[in-house]
Structures are given as structure tokens and as C-alpha cells.
Design a protein around this ligand. Sequence first.
Ligand code: AMP
Ligand code: GLY
Length: 429
Amino acid sequence: MKVLLLGSGGREHALAWKMVQSPELEKLYVAPGNAGTADIAENVNIPVTNFEAIAGFIAEKDIEMLVVGPEDPLVEGIRDFLQRDSRFGELMIVGPGKDGAILEGSKDFAKQFMKRHGIPTAAYMTVTPENVSEGQRFLTTLQPPYVLKADGLAAGKGVLILHDLKEAQQELENMLGGKFGKASSRVVIEEFLKGIEISVFAITDGKDYKILGSAKDYKRIGEGDTGLNTGGMGAVSPVPFADEVFNRKVEEKIVRPTVEGLKKDGIDYRGFIFFGLMNDNGEPAVIEYNVRMGDPETEVVVPRLKTDLIQLFRAVATGRLAETALASDDRYCTTVMLVAGGYPGNYEKGNVISGFEEIEDSIVFHAGTKLADGQVVTNGGRVMAVSSFGRKMTEALQRSYMNVAKINFKDMNYRRDIGKDLLELGAKH
Ligand code: AMP
Ligand code: GLY
């Protein structure tokens, strides 16, 4: 099988790392990839949203399967674009079409979808410039804090959580006025959900689904969940508080109704679904859907999969998931993200990274790295994820941190408290 994977983050290195373990893989290309994917596959210098160039490459190299890592090409309709092309009748695509990707591309759509299909989520109202005063009134009916979300994709920055009513009302106007550009021309106001966040990952062929695993990520830059939001500073899988009872609720109240809902709505969804959930005293509710895997969650969920990823992806793309068995490692996997000093604000690029090649008992997934004059250098805010297994979460974390200490680049930063909250929650883990 000749496969093209789109993306360049730790998520894509983890997917590539797993795909190259498949005996069915003949050749893997990654566009645009990073220094980690260059080591195990062939990088191709094509941006993920250059559909014409991607189509040209698929035709030229007789690619049989396309796996889409990030959301942008999905929301912009890469699947639809390729399927309109008669050359690609046989091409297997892992990733939904535009009609499915809108679950991530529009928060208003996602809320309507959940309401229509009885999937638990926070109460909400969608506001446009035409009904601002209704929106202002809706805010007064809520308890603080107030949650305001840009409807469209805003590079993970479109959510504001505000403690003061006046400020929330002002921000509502700012957002509608273009604070996040076109993405906030519609704003979803939501009730604030209490509890602990957890992410659950599934894959579907539009008929059946498999749950790939659960993970918790650490979004803030600072220890103790302080400071600015990032793409994610570390992750743990599985999540110890997600016991059998909770997992059953997630599957029955959320995962299954979502896949059934897509079917009922006539959406032929083939790809990942990332459920961002809140666990409020054992009751799950959806915070958001993403139509891709998480990053850095992939770096802990994918290593635990014991299933051949090419076989799984083929089943997803061809609608034969029901015949596929999924197995996963019951050990913990943890990852610690190494980031550039200054991230998520301004940071340097091009600093040489040392010490990662000798690491054997962790898996080093590259994120923002590239090759320059034969050396691996930093090329993004999130630079590398160090993933480790352990029978106990503490063991996995110790291994990740031991190996993090061997890696070095100028102004390297990381959180020293990944998993700490979970350990405090349940000392037995
Ligand atoms: P989202 O982009 O929808 O994932 O929102 C970003 C973050 O804001 C989430 O990961 C949560 O931490 C928080 N958040 C979003 N919506 C809510 C909500 N309704 N209640 C509480 N926290 C929320
Ligand atoms: N780590 C969160 C995300 O991938 O959206």
C-alpha cells in the first residue's frame, strides 16, 4: 500500500511511526512532515491545504490511501475535492468530507447536531449581529463564568471564558465585530460545565465505530494549569477516572448516538472523531467535537494500539470496520511535550536539538522540527513529545521525565506536572 499522510506535527509522526510497522505498507509519504517523519518515511514539500498539488502528487505516485492529520484540509473539503476527480475513484481516504468536518468547523452546527440527537452538552445560544440583544439577555440568565465561542475555526484561540457579566457582554460585541475575523461572525454562548476534562477518540466507517482510547491533555503553558493556552503540553492514556461505568456512559450516551446521528443526517463519515468531554461527577457531556486526532493525545493513544493501522484505515475507508478487531495495550502511556522558550508567544526557531537519538526506552515523536545542514533543529513552538509506557502511570511518567532530561536545545521548556492531578485524584494509580 502506498500512503500519503498530511500534516507535520507530533500527531503525524505518531501515526507514521505506527503505519510503518505494518507489513502492508509499501511506501509512506508525509506532506509536509518534520525531521521525525523524514527518518521513517519520505517528506514531500506540499502544504496541507494545497489541494491541486496534493491531487497531482497522488496521481503521479499512484497513492492508494490518503490519511489526513489536521482539521484545516478536512473542513476545507479535501475529501470532496478528490472525490470529484475521476482519477481517484479507488483512492481510500481517512477523514470526513465537508459535511462531516463541519462538526469541528462550526460550533453552532455541532450544538444543533447534539440537540437534534439527544447528546448531552451545555445549554447554548447562537448569536449573530442580528440578535445581539437576545444574546446579551441570554448571558444574564447564566451563572458565571461565561463561555463565548467563535463559531468557526480560530486556531484553537476562539474560546473566551469570562467571570464578569459586563465583560462577557462587551466581548460578545467584540467577537461579532471581528475579534477572530470571520470565525466569530457567529458566536456560541454556552453554559459553563463543571468537572474534569477527558478526551475520547473513536474511528468510524460511517456505520460502525471503534473506540481507540481515552486521554487527558494539559493545555496551559504553566504548571498547575496556569498561564496561556497551548496546543497541549503533555498527555496521559488511559485516564484513570474513566472507569468501566463512565466509559459505558460515554459510549452509550455520546459515541453511539453521534455515529447514529451522522447516519440519520445522511453524512457518510469515514475518519476519526475526537470527543472533548467534561466528566461532572461521573456524567459525561460533550464540550466539542474534532474531526481529527488530538495532538499530543495521539502520541499516547496510538502507541497503545495493538492493531495494524493500515488494516484499520483500510477498513474505515472501505466501510468494513465491523469485521476488524481492535486491541490495545493495557499499560499507561504518557507524553511530555518539549516546547520552545516563549511559546505560546514569540519563540526562536532553528536551534539545534541534541540528546534525543540515544533514547531507547521512550518514543521521541517530533513535532516542530526540521533538518538543516544534517542537524535536527527546532521549527515550531511545540518541538518534541517524549512518550513512555508503564504498568503504573507513575512509572511511565518517570521514564518520560528521565529521558526529557537527556534532551537539550536553547530555551527548552516543559511542564513538570503532567499527570500529577490524576495521581492526586486516585493515589492507587
Ligand atoms: P473548545 O475549543 O471548545 O475545546 O474550548 C476550549 C476549552 O475551553 C475547553 O477545552 C475547555 O477547557 C473550555 N470550555 C469550552 N467550553 C466549555 C464549557 N461549556 N464549560 C466549561 N469549559 C469549557
Ligand atoms: N490537544 C488538543 C487538540 O488536539 O485539539
